[in-house]
Write a protein that binds this ligand. Structure first.
Ligand code: PLP
Length: 458
């Protein structure tokens, strides 16, 4: 029931785990009775499952009574790459990612029923790499492969370093990677004006702008780039628009938070890590694209040993062509179980609770005049720092570095840091499934005690 969500506790996990082990053991006992190759027809699973994710949770019995046998049979030792090797895994991935796309209110263009669709990658780094490759090849098909040196990528100085790595792999020269500066005036969001200026300049010197990576919920401070305004610019310049919502994307299943991805309609690809904030264990990074053919054109191979009737007839999805590796795991099973066992209402309650806990922490910080909040809190991350009695910025930075070390050395909490506008900033993140109010209060006490100790020595 909404508001009453408790992520599975140790006893529930023990009980469900035992039942799952029984289920798998029975499967192995009966394995000879199953056909070696699945006998289903393309599209079979969509007939059997509802069109959207459940709002209310199902019981484990309900889930087990469904299709888990078929799925686990693949999941236990699935050699997934083409539909033919893993119809259940392939189709469940399509269906579950359609469910989640609907829960996030993504535009229909991202659904597998049209020209787009979702695919589970291992990480956000792989997600941005594959769409960068798709975008690169799409533009090179138009202007010729020798023009790769002219291609320009745009991002902000808050964009995750995964983009830089993707550029290194994709052969985009560092000189052609525009890292646009942000500051506190936009809460560290990328300004559309600075993007426009950079594009205009690059066009004037004969370069080819082709890719923008915007972020919703940046790693440093959870900055949110203005998707709508940025998307208008990318659209009018024929630039592939990727949205990295690795952390914050999950929160947009709450209607009151959905506005953070307003403008995603303009994007070509959208990514969120279910393994960050959606109760799904690592790895499960979800990438939706509007034009799957762009990915497939970049990443498909068709060696003789993989040829099969279903693929030749072009009636199925072969996820091997949407990702870097050939083999793949049955990751949609995790997401499917999370959606069914919690239901959307509990997932929303889970997110809201974390945001509330972060808000509580923010209030505690605000009540102590020795501290300041450095960037506005949007999700479940609080950026704050201890004010230095000396006005010197270096002293303040050292003081906060020392506070971080002192607090982490207690072994009771672990907080991380970033630097915003040259300010060494502490980051308090609520994200662990079992975090409760008392943990937040205790963490704040640790910080206060360590701060008092440090200030006494000055
Ligand atoms: N993008 C953002 C906004 C992130 O916060 C992170 C991880 O912290 C990443 C990308 C990279 O994630 P992954 O480890 O899935 O590649």
């Amino acid at each position: 029931m909404e508001g009453e969500l408790k992520p599975m506790n140790a006893e529930q996990l023990r009980e469900c785990g035992h039942r799952m082990v029984d289920f798998i053991a029975d499967y192995y006992k009966d394995i000879e009775n199953f056909p070696v190759l699945s006998q289903v027809q393309p599209g079979y699973l969509r007939q059997l499952l509802p069109g959207s994710a459940p709002v209310h949770p199902d019981t484990l019995e309900d889930v087990l009574d469904g299709f888990l046998g078929e799925m686990l049979s693949a999941g236990i030792n699935m050699v997934g790459f083409s539909w033919i090797t893993s119809p259940a895994a392939t189709e469940l991935e399509m269906i579950v990612l359609d469910w989640l796309a609907k829960a996030l209110n993504l535009p229909d263009d991202f659904l597998s029923t049209g020209r787009g669709g979702g695919v589970i990658q291992g990480t956000a780094s792989e997600a941005v790499l594959v769409v960068l490759l798709a975008a690169r090849d799409k533009v090179l098909r138009k202007i010729g492969k020798d023009a790769i040196g002219k291609l320009v990528v745009y991002s902000s100085d808050q964009t995750h370093s995964a983009l830089q790595k993707a550029c290194q792999i994709a052969g985009i020269h560092p000189d052609n990677c525009r890292v646009l500066k942000t500051d506190s005036s936009t809460d560290y969001a990328l300004s559309p004006e600075s993007l426009s200026e950079a594009i205009t300049h690059d066009l004037a010197i004969g370069l080819v702008p082709f890719f923008l990576c915007a972020t919703v919920g940046s790693t440093s401070s959870t900055a949110v780039d203005p998707l709508l305004a940025l998307g208008k610019i990318t659209k009018s310049n024929g630039i592939w628009f990727h949205v990295d919502a690795a952390y914050a994307g999950s929160s947009c299943v709450c209607p009151e938070l959905r506005h953070y991805i307003d403008g995603v309609e303009e994007a070509d690809s959208f990514n969120m890590n279910a393994h960050k904030w959606f109760l799904t264990n690592f790895d499960c990074s979800i990438l939706w694209v509007k034009d799957r053919s762009a990915l497939i054109q970049s990443l498909s191979t068709n060696p003789e040993f993989l040829k099969n009737n279903a693929s030749e007839k072009n009636v199925v999805v072969d996820y091997k062509d949407w990702q870097i590796p050939l083999g793949r795991r049955f990751r949609s099973l995790k997401l499917w179980m999370v959606l069914r066992l919690y239901g959307l209402e509990n997932l929303q309650a889970y997110i809201r609770n974390h945001i509330k806990l972060a808000r509580d922490f923010e209030e505690l910080v605000a009540q102590d005049s020795r501290f300041e909040i450095v960037a506005p809190r949007k999700f479940s991350l609080v950026c704050f720092r201890l004010l230095s009695p000396q006005s010197d910025e270096d002293c303040a930075n050292k003081l906060n570095r020392d506070l971080l070390d002192a607090a982490n050395s207690t072994g009771k909490i672990y907080i991380s840091h970033t630097v915003l506008s040259n300010k060494y900033t502490l980051r308090f993140a609520v994200g662990a499934p079992l975090t409760e109010e008392r943990h937040v209060v205790d963490a704040w006490k640790v910080l206060q005690v360590e701060a008092s100790n440090l200030l006494r020595t000055l």
